[in-house]
Design a protein around this ligand. Structure first.
Ligand SMILES: Cc1cc2nc3c(=O)[nH]c(=O)nc-3n(C[C@H](O)[C@H](O)[C@H](O)COP(=O)(O)O)c2cc1C
Length: 141
């Protein structure tokens, strides 16, 4: 089955470390089972997630995530077939508070105007390069 990537953003409903910790444990457990990899950029004002894996598993995972009431305004920016994964080493890489990403004022209604799926993929591409050079472990928070 074909490999694909999905990128979406959402707004955390109530951002706290305990919720986030639980979420990552479940995400990593499920993703290992389902052959899904990816990364989650977490800020108190926005989640930006890349999910990658076999198409059917990817849609099933995104379907569950989209129904999750721990976040709002789930917006899918991109889905594309790929030949290689960006985050093959991580069932879900956690990337806290990317202050260099977008200013908080610009994120009030989701991603800033003019930012599209390709631009977000570029952010993840940089993140993957950084995580590989930092040798971030599969389940490191
Ligand atoms: C921002 C965010 C990211 C999530 N990422 C994943 C994920 O990568 N994989 C996953 O299975 N669930 C993820 N979840 C959790 C799902 O929404 C859902 O709670 C979970 O898949 C249900 O798993 P369970 O049926 O095994 O309890 C995420 C939830 C949120 C709010």
């Amino acid at each position: 089955m074909g490999l694909a990537q999905i990128v979406y953003t959402s707004q955390p409903f109530a951002f706290d470390e305990a919720t986030l910790g639980n979420l990552l444990v479940i995400a990593r457990r499920n993703n290992t089972r389902d052959d899904i990899s990816g990364a989650l950029i977490c800020r108190r004002d926005i989640f930006v997630q890349m999910l990658e894996g076999p198409e059917a598993a990817l849609e099933a995972t995104f379907g569950r995530i989209a129904r999750d009431d721990r976040h709002l305004n789930i917006t899918r920016h991109l889905v594309r077939p790929v030949t290689r994964r960006m985050f093959g080493q991580w069932s879900m890489l956690h990337d806290p508070a990317q202050s260099w990403l977008w200013p908080e004022a610009a994120v009030r209604d989701g991603v800033p105007v003019g930012v599209d799926g390709a631009a977000i993929c570029e952010v993840f591409r940089m993140l993957a390069i950084q995580a590989k050079s930092d040798q971030v472990k599969p389940d490191q928070d």
